[in-house]
Design a protein around this ligand. Structure first.
Ligand SMILES: Nc1ncnc2c1ncn2[C@@H]1O[C@H](COP(=O)(O)OP(=O)(O)O)[C@@H](O)[C@H]1O
Ligand SMILES: [Mg+2]
Length: 253
């Protein structure tokens, strides 16, 4: 019973404790449909823990998570992905011996089997290859379709992570530091890709690179010590002296 007016993603009183550490402290977050929502905050603020709670890698100590109005708090990670909540695939989980074309074709085949289509086109594999090639072309991977993933430059492998997530046709996409570790010369293609993500996909971005965050986000939540410290539009966040204090010496907010 998904409600068309409910937010894409919502947390209510979300708490995660690790022993004595409160990594997530009563987080009430609302991510609107189609948003470009950034989660920022200093190291140790609880950003990755929050993504792990949202995707089902971790179980919350208390609170709930709603995807398009439906409670998913107790759904295992793969069932959340099946409902369209996806995060970028981690690089070391990509198959190094496969090419990008083979990797994306596999993801599409997986998506189709999940969808329980009762019919198959005569040549499903050719159709998948065409879809995979078109997606890879859009993600600046057209020139390396047939190269082994293991030999690709780091920036290209990070683009492939995003391609894997997009091939699953996400409704909500969580990106945890997509340009971390990418050399400056290779980050341009990732920025272009993020700017060109489908408008109907809701995107939650965690990123340290403030230039990227401020160029991309339409809404921001600042986490500090596991809690939402401030939330608002990028302009207001940039002017907020409390946010500046939190980041002093860390980033140029
Ligand atoms: N598995 C874990 N066990 C114990 N403490 C953890 C674990 N994961 C994260 N923490 C702690 O929770 C806090 C938030 O960490 P994290 O979510 O990684 O922050 P961020 O991604 O914002 O840097 C930190 O104090 C960190 O040490
Ligand atoms: Mg982190």
């Amino acid at each position: 019973m998904s409600d068309a007016r409910s937010p894409a993603l919502q947390t209510q009183g979300l708490v995660k404790r690790f022993g004595g550490i409160v990594a997530t402290n009563d987080v009430n977050l609302t991510i609107e449909r189609g948003a470009r929502h950034a989660l920022i905050g200093p190291n140790g603020a609880g950003k990755t823990t929050l993504v792990n709670l949202l995707t089902g890698v971790l179980t919350p100590t208390a609170g709930s998570i709603l995807l398009e109005g439906q409670d998913i708090t107790r759904l295992p990670a793969h069932r959340r992905a099946g409902r369209g909540l996806m995060r970028t695939f981690q690089i070391n989980q990509l198959f190094g011996t496969l090419t990008p074309l083979e990797t994306i074709s596999l993801v599409i085949a997986q998506r189709e089997s999940d969808g329980a289509r009762w019919w198959r086109p005569l040549d499903a594999s050719a159709e998948r290859r065409d879809e995979a090639a078109a997606l890879l072309e859009r993600l600046h991977l057209g020139d390396v379709l047939q190269r082994e993933t293991a030999v690709l430059p780091y920036g290209k492998r990070r683009l492939l992570e995003i391609a894997v997530a997009l091939a699953g046709r996400p409704r909500v996409l969580l990106l945890d530091e997509p340009v971390a570790g990418v050399p400056a010369g290779e980050s341009r293609e990732i920025l272009d890709t993020l700017a060109a993500l489908p408008a109907d996909v809701t995107v939650v971005l965690i990123e340290h690179d403030m230039d990227l965050v401020f160029r991309f986000a339409t809404r921001m939540s600042v986490l500090v010590n596991g809690a939402v410290f401030v939330e608002g539009e990028p302009d207001a966040i940039a002017r907020d002296t409390r946010v500046r204090d939190v980041y002093l010496g860390q980033a140029h907010v």
